[in-house]
Design a binder for this molecule. Structure first.
Ligand SMILES: Cc1cc2nc3c(=O)[nH]c(=O)nc-3n(C[C@H](O)[C@H](O)[C@H](O)COP(=O)(O)OP(=O)(O)OC[C@H]3O[C@@H](n4cnc5c(N)ncnc54)[C@H](O)[C@@H]3O)c2cc1C
Ligand code: SF4
Length: 467
């Protein structure tokens, strides 16, 4: 909506109003003719000359990408699907969403929706509920639309995708839609990467993930589980089997270590991914009644919430910066607070020490100007809390130990896979995308990486072929 400020006579800026028109269409002017005819009002200006309520809703005032679409990493046509839903054209909404999104149910549930932060409507009250409308369209599809027909494979050979997380799935979707056979190899027995086991099922239902994977399988994507690159698979073996390109979409499945004096003598101390994996396997470890979770990202918050759901009475998240600098989604932080998770901000834990009354986690207060700058440790301001267990969530990196050296794949100083502008690694014909390249990010960003890598593969390895 292109209204600036909340004055008696708000101002319409046509150059800014290139959005979906849903806010207009659902407003009273759609029903009340008098509102449409008042030329001095914003409603009157928007509906200028339209006379009776138009059906379908008015077309957008400009054709440039609106801010929601420009902000979405996969460029979803937000105004297109919001408009289709508003008009009751639900099948069309699903088609628009599916145009660029292979995981609409997942995104409709857990995407941090940067699109909503860009929505002009928040300058008046609140952004349009873009993510929830997507979820509605995705649930509509799940409830009654037929499974997709298999895509026609137009090219010989196939593309081997290593890893079945959002990056690998999005790449597979893009390839199969363009007539190229993808074969996804996954080292675990379950498909989906972090969606399958790390993100707690109270936030993302496993049946929704299964639905998305079945959809891709129906399109013709082949999945092979229990096969890892670096173990059963080699790059030359995949190429010899007919892979015309390989995409590494291996995520960041290894937790980084936190230097903590005295940690050798203390148990239980584990990484958040190990903890969440054990919970998913149905064998949660016993961490006692006072657990500290160290970190400030989504993984830390999910771990803390999972601990509370498991009945741990005292769960405290320690983060070295202030609350407003947390990388975690603010909605998730609020949910954790509601569920009884405590927070200690501006604390850097440095040691675990045995005292008379049990183990104590010791550290110092910090000062932090911004997330871009390192924290200052205030050594004169010690902090001590009693703990029975510690879970660290201080970053993740890809597990490349099995294949980088033997297969000639270069990594950067941070342990992430290096790629060029075309997302190709140091080995010709081998591409990489997702968290394994960018570091821990979000589902939609990993998907965007997978889609870009698939497009690069199509252009470098299949372009110009006559199918
Ligand atoms: C606890 C937690 C909560 C999160 N919450 C959210 C959220 O709410 N919203 C959001 O948008 N994002 C969230 N994220 C981030 C999101 O899950 C990731 O950004 C995303 O899954 C990355 O996708 P990916 O495909 O790059 O990697 P992954 O999802 O990690 O998938 C990589 C896959 O590759 C497989 N693999 C690795 N090595 C090999 C090998 N050698 N051979 C074969 N297979 C291999 C792995 O087993 C895995 O299945 C969360 C992450 C965590 C850990
Ligand atoms: S995928 Fe995420 S960022 Fe993109 S439109 Fe949907 S909710 Fe918004």
């Amino acid at each position: 909506m292109a209204v600036i400020g909340r004055t008696l006579r708000p101002v319409l800026s046509p150059e800014r109003c290139n959005t979906c028109t849903v806010c207009v269409g659902l407003g009273p002017a759609y029903i009340e003719k008098g509102f449409r005819d008042d030329e001095t009002s914003v409603r009157g200006k928007v509906f200028q000359g339209m006379g009776d309520p138009p059906s379908p809703l008015p077309t957008p005032l400009t054709e440039t990408a609106p801010p929601c679409q420009a902000t979405c990493p996969i460029g979803q046509d937000v105004r297109g699907y919001l408009k289709a839903v508003a008009e009751g054209r639900f099948d069309a909404a699903v088609d628009i969403v599916r145009e660029t999104n292979p995981l609409p149910l997942v995104c409709g549930t857990i995407c941090p929706h940067p699109c909503e932060s860009a929505c002009y409507r928040s300058e008046i009250d609140a952004p349009l509920a873009i993510r929830n409308v997507k979820r509605f369209a995705a649930l509509y599809e799940k409830a009654g639309m037929p499974a997709p027909a298999p895509s026609k494979i137009l090219h010989t050979g196939h593309v081997a995708i290593i890893g079945s997380g959002p990056a690998g799935l999005a790449a597979a979707y893009t390839l199969v839609k363009n007539g190229v056979q993808p074969i996804v190899y996954e080292k675990e027995e379950e498909i989906g990467g972090m969606l399958a086991w790390a993100i707690p099922s109270f936030r993302l239902s496993r049946s929704d993930v299964t639905y998305e994977i079945n959809y891709l399988a129906a399109m013709g994507v082949t999945f092979i589980t229990g096969k890892a690159l670096g173990e059963a698979l080699t790059l030359s073996g995949l190429e010899a089997d007919g892979a015309r390109a390989v995409l590494l979409a291996i995520g960041t499945t290894q937790g980084r270590k936190l230097p903590l004096d005295g940690s050798d003598a203390f148990e239980p101390l584990l990484d958040c991914l190990d903890y969440l994996r054990q919970v998913h396997a149905g064998t949660p470890p016993d961490l006692g009644s006072r657990v500290a979770v160290i970190g400030g990202g989504n993984a830390a918050i999910d771990t803390a919430r999972t601990l509370r759901h498991a009945g741990v009475p005292e769960v405290t998240v320690l983060y070295r910066r202030p609350k407003e600098q947390m990388p975690a989604d603010s909605e998730e932080v609020a949910a954790a607070e509601e569920e009884g998770v405590s927070f200690l901000f501006r604390v850097l834990p440095t040691a675990i020490v045995k005292g008379a009354d049990g183990w104590q986690l010791e550290g110092f207060e910090t000062r932090s100007e911004s997330r871009a700058r390192p924290v200052t440790v205030l050594k004169e301001r010690p902090v001590v809390i009693s703990v029975t267990g510690i879970v660290t969530a201080v970053g993740q990196q890809p597990d490349v130990s099995g294949f980088t050296e033997s297969e000639g794949i270069a990594c950067n100083a941070g342990g992430l896979i290096s790629v060029d502008d075309a997302m190709q690694t140091s080995r010709h014909g081998v591409f990489a995308a997702g968290d394994g390249v960018s570091g821990p990010s979000t589902v939609v960003e990993a998907m965007a990486g997978g889609i870009s890598a698939a497009r690069a593969i199509l252009s470098k390895r299949f372009k110009g072929e006559t199918p």
